[in-house]
Design a protein around this ligand. Structure first.
Ligand code: DON
Length: 312
């Protein structure tokens, strides 16, 4: 099967090319508005250690909300289940940067992937680390066995200078007592963490522990098996915000999306695939990357709902 992956990835890159003109780049972060739209990469990393790519699979881009997978893993490592007293585990059915549920639900975000939930996760990391964004970056370095990945300072500055909505969310949660630290410090760390730049092949490799019961292949345990499975469950139900249901229906795999145009998907026990194209749909999810991962999963028959009928 793996012999055919390079050819499959190239065929997918060719197939999705017409989609690259669709959608809009994330212009609410000015530094991302300048990213050329006609780019596409896809990469697969297997738990056995193979890595395959096509298109711009080695070009680094802004990981944005993909960082929420690594920040959550780190927060669960440090805080354990106590985190769930401050963040829920339900899909929101609202955009990633929405405030509407917070008032009714007394400052407790629906899940750790909407911005409100990720800000609570960052608040936890701010308590645990002097430089929380460095802690997220160092986790990524350990996962990759490589320290060249870095934070794009211009993207971090650009988002921080336009972070009124996240600031509103953070202050609002603080008014309910669900954000403990200084709002400015939480926003600094959050924007820096979102501004990490990685390629599809780096993202596919760095996310393998989530497809391997919490152990990074050829590396150390990152989170316990149950926590890894639960992060996967949250990715399936909440990883693409108000499009999570549709993408679970189309792809059938845990995924996480980011407004940089990246999407990571897990095939538990086997591999991770990451696709990237900057053009986003109205929910902030990459149009071509979603189509590419849908096509990849269908071609290799991967779905967490696939199964042999049992004999008993
Ligand atoms: O907080 C924000 O709005 C961005 N730094 C991240 C949002 C994001 O990537 C949502 N994903 N589709």
């Amino acid at each position: 099967m793996t012999r055919d992956i390079p050819r499959l990835l190239q065929a997918i890159a060719d197939d999705v090319r017409p989609l690259l003109d669709q959608g809009d780049v994330a212009s609410y972060i000015p530094a991302l508005a300048r990213v050329p739209r006609r780019q596409f990469g896809i990469a697969v990393a297997t738990v056995g250690g193979e890595v395959y790519g096509a298109g711009d699979s080695e070009r680094r881009f802004s990981i944005q909300s993909l960082s929420k997978m690594y920040a959550l893993a780190l927060a669960l490592q440090r805080e354990g289940d106590a985190l769930w007293q401050r963040v829920g585990r339900e899909p929101s059915g609202t955009p990633f940067n929405s405030l509407v549920q917070l008032e009714r639900e007394r400052g407790v975000p629906r899940n750790p992937f909407v911005n409100a939930g990720a800000l609570v996760v960052t608040d936890v990391l701010c308590r645990r680390y002097l430089q929380p964004e460095r802690a997220v970056l160092e986790l990524i370095h350990r996962l990759l066995g490589d320290t060249t990945v870095s934070i794009d300072a211009e993207v971090a500055r650009s988002e921080r200078a336009h972070s009124d909505r996240n600031a509103a969310i953070a202050h609002f949660m603080r008014s309910f007592g669900n954000l403990h630290g200084d709002v400015g410090a939480v926003l600094d760390a959050y924007c820096a963490q979102c501004a990490v730049a990685m390629s599809c092949s780096e993202l596919a490799r760095a996310s393998l522990f989530l497809a391997a019961d919490g152990v990074q292949p050829r590396g150390a345990r990152v989170v316990d098996a149950l926590a890894a499975r639960r992060i996967g469950a949250l990715m399936l139900t909440c990883g693409a915000y108000d499009a999570s249901g549709d993408l679970a229906w189309r792809i059938g795999l845990p995924i996480k999306t980011g407004v940089g145009g990246g999407i990571v998907a897990l095939v538990p026990g086997r591999l991770c695939v990451c696709a990237w194209a900057p053009g986003l749909d109205a929910n902030g999810n990459s149009i071509a990357a979603a189509a590419a991962i849908e096509r990849f999963a269908a071609a290799i028959g991967a779905s967490i709902f696939a199964g042999e009928p049992s004999r008993d």
